[in-house]
Design a binder for this molecule. Structure first.
Ligand code: PLP
Length: 386
């Protein structure tokens, strides 16, 4: 079971039989003599380390853990969730290729696909996060589909299995940013995804004290990404790797708590007269509820609401909360409020913003690990002020 797998993953052999993996803060790994060096460079099976930009034993233990939890062959840890998202695109796409991505998505990833990679002559098409819309957007030069699972910040859940089956027929790589699921709630590779990416900053860390990312998939794909990043250099320091490894041990119990508490809070808000809309994938009111139930063990810590009011109401509500505080990111112990109109979409022109469903009364809420009744009381008193 996941809880047990999490605590007993495969690890690199340690001659001292240390219970916890060692931290190797070393850029360089030495060779005893010239023969050992020649052996290393001439062998394809590189079972040791040379230089930490190419790999580090502390990082390797975290990679083995992530590959194990995602039920795939290999994984690779990198400097941020953004490098985890951008590396597969940079590694596998060439000038003249086409990529499809979904309209609901972390804005920085969207900007990278829609704007930044245009300068490498890679074209893109944005579609609503639905299997049919994605398939209808395929062109002869489409090489990759990039989606979030569920999407952020409205938690649409794409029917992954039939999508991946169709994409395989066209030789199109399916890359799934599964940050919002975490391997506790879903393993997209089991449903045909080729690569899964994570912002480890979120559930894996759970502490809001670091930034990191990971990519998981077959050995062949991961090796190519590792080689590419050997030149790019978006690597993760060993000390940070160990912090993530340490925090991961509580991933399952944190996820259980997030799933249960957030669903109850979503239901409380759904029934509140001052709330116009609630988006939570495992709430029966969500448009993708039936697909979500098929793929997800739980809905995670994020929900999004539309308050019954204007920007003033949003300001009053955010300013009145005491336990929930205003800040980006999610999945930490502390509950956070993210008003996207200000936090992430301030510079997005109004017409574009409205197309993304971001209004002046939209608020993303990250439910932390505080007591559920205290959280509901905090929301109640703040709603009474608007
Ligand atoms: N993917 C998703 C779904 C995210 O929400 C984020 C950040 O919020 C990222 C990727 C980027 O991760 P990081 O902040 O670790 O670079």
């Amino acid at each position: 079971m996941f809880e047990t797998e999490l605590i007993h993953p495969p690890q690199i052999e340690d001659k001292f039989q240390s219970l916890n993996p060692a931290i190797y803060p070393s850029a360089v790994f030495l060779f005893k003599n010239m023969e050992e060096l020649i052996d290393f460079v001439s062998s394809k099976n590189k079972n040791r380390f040379e230089y930490s930009r190419y790999g580090n034993p502390t990082n390797r233990n975290l990679e083995l853990l992530i590959a194990h939890l995602e039920k795939t062959e290999d994984a690779y840890v990198v400097s941020s969730g953004m490098s985890a998202c951008t590396l597969p695109i940079l590694t596998f796409l060439q000038s003249g290729d086409h990529i499809i991505f979904s309209s609901d998505m972390y804005l920085k990833t969207r900007n990278f696909i829609e704007k930044t990679i245009k300068k490498f002559n890679i074209q893109s098409t944005v579609v609503f996060p639905k299997k049919e819309e994605i398939l209808n957007a395929i062109q002869p030069n489409t090489k990759m589909v990039f989606i979030e699972f569920p999407t952020n910040p409205f938690y649409y859940v794409i029917d992954l299995k039939p999508l991946s089956e169709e994409l395989k027929k066209h030789n199109i790589l399916l890359v799934v940013d599964s940050t919002l699921s975490s391997p506790y709630n879903c393993n997209p590779i089991e449903f045909g995804a080729d690569l899964v990416v994570h912002s480890l900053t979120k559930y894996f860390s759970g502490q809001n004290d670091l930034i990191a990312g990971a990519i998981a998939g077959s050995k062949n794909y991961i090796e190519k990404i590792r080689e590419f990043n050997g030149e790019l250099g978006a690597i993760l320091p060993a000390e940070i790797s160990y912090k993530i490894y340490r925090s991961s041990k509580t991933l399952a119990i944190r996820m259980q708590y997030h799933n249960e508490t957030t669903l109850e809070i979503a239901d409380y808000l759904y029934n509140h007269p001052k709330i116009k809309k609630v988006y939570y994938p495992m709430h029966p009111s969500h448009p993708d509820y039936s697909i979500a139930k098929k793929y997800l063990k739980g809905g995670g810590c994020l929900l999004t609401i539309e308050l019954d009011g204007n920007f003033e109401a949003l300001k009053t509500f955010c300013n009145s909360c005491n336990i929930f505080r205003i800040g980006p990111s999610f999945a930490s112990a502390e509950s956070l409020l993210d008003p996207p109109i200000v936090m992430s979409h301030w510079d997005v022109p109004e017409v574009e913003r409205k197309k993304m469903n971001i209004f002046e009364n939209t608020l993303r809420i990250s439910v932390g690990l505080e007591n559920k009744n205290d959280l509901i009381k905090d929301l109640e008193q703040a709603l009474n002020k608007i």
